[in-house]
Design a binder for this molecule. Structure first.
Ligand SMILES: Cc1cc2nc3c(=O)[nH]c(=O)nc-3n(C[C@H](O)[C@H](O)[C@H](O)COP(=O)(O)OP(=O)(O)OC[C@H]3O[C@@H](n4cnc5c(N)ncnc54)[C@H](O)[C@@H]3O)c2cc1C
Length: 264
């Protein structure tokens, strides 16, 4: 029997080590959302985030040596968040956390104090609306509103945005951006007693078909995202090349993967 030939392993892409930061400010924006500002010397080299991009926040168990000296060492549990705003001069990064109840990140955000340490990986990824976009439909739940705000702020000049947001209740209504006005359709999940994303799905299903060149940016619970994607393509004639969908979390799943685009 011939010996199995061991093929060389492709070189692994080395991620840059995560940056150690400290909590500089904590602001309870609404009952269900906390904005946390991270700073410290290592954050001065953080790259400018793109709209809809992401970072990794690490939550090492107490006994874990973290961040590791060896880049191939096991990584601490992490969660994916939106680098909402970065002040490059001062090295200050704002992240907005939905307080959804049980969850490593949500619990941490609810209980953190000024001076607490957080290691941050990234930023990576991002969405750029096509430069010829004249109108866009933005569909977001509360976890995707920080990213939706960034998308709004970077749309090509003259591009009109129709925005639909699903939140718990009226108390969660807030401006998506401090600089770009939009008038979202607010959908209140608690009063409706519906599953996460169901109201977004219904609102999209009831839309009149927009012009075929319409761009779409959709981010919410994974199952709802898939159903909305399907409605947009099959019922509303969305052009797949102008349709960007992303599952930001999945009901019943912890640490949902950060690359769920629903196009599988
Ligand atoms: C690219 C990207 C950007 C993101 N940006 C943000 C952001 O800026 N702000 C933000 O708050 N979230 C954001 N998210 C979503 C966030 O990563 C998830 O909500 C994550 O699961 C939270 O981790 P956790 O440890 O709190 O909960 P997990 O341990 O992952 O999950 C525990 C339980 O909570 C449920 N759960 C998780 N998230 C939610 C939620 N939002 N609402 C209700 N139930 C939930 C899960 O289904 C599970 O049952 C982003 C996700 C992606 C992919």
């Amino acid at each position: 029997m011939s010996a199995a030939i061991e093929l060389p392993k492709p070189a692994r892409k080395r991620r840059p080590p995560p940056r150690v930061s400290r909590v500089e400010a904590i602001e309870r924006v609404t009952p269900g959302l906390v904005r946390i500002t991270f700073g410290g010397p290592e954050m001065l080299g953080f790259a400018a985030p793109r709209p809809g991009g992401h970072i990794k926040l690490f939550f090492p168990p107490a006994a874990m040596n973290w961040p590791p000296v060896d880049p191939d060492a096991p990584r601490a549990p992490s969660r994916t968040y939106t680098p909402r705003r970065f002040d490059a001069e001062r090295g200050l990064l704002e992240v907005e956390f939905v307080l959804h109840g049980e969850g490593l990140a949500s619990t941490w955000a609810e209980n953190t104090c000024i001076g607490d340490v957080m290691t941050i990986g990234g930023p990576g990824g991002g969405y750029d609306a096509p430069q010829d976009a004249t109108n866009i439909v933005i569909v977001a739940d509360d976890s995707a509103m920080p990213a939706a705000g960034m998308v709004l702020e970077t749309l090509p000049k003259g591009c009109r945005a129709s925005v639909i947001c699903e939140i718990t209740d009226r108390l969660e209504e807030r401006p998506l951006s401090p600089t770009v006005a939009c008038n979202p359709v607010w959908l209140h999940r608690m009063a409706a007693g519906t599953a996460p994303g169901a109201l977004l799905e219904k609102a999209v299903a009831e839309m009149a078909p927009p012009s075929p060149d319409t761009c779409w940016w959709v981010a919410c619970e994974s199952g709802a995202m898939r159903r909305i994607r399907d409605i947009a393509i099959r019922q509303l004639g969305a052009d797949r090349t102008r349709l960007h969908t992303r599952g930001y979390w999945k009901q019943g799943d912890s640490n949902h993967p950060d690359h769920d685009y629903g196009n599988d």
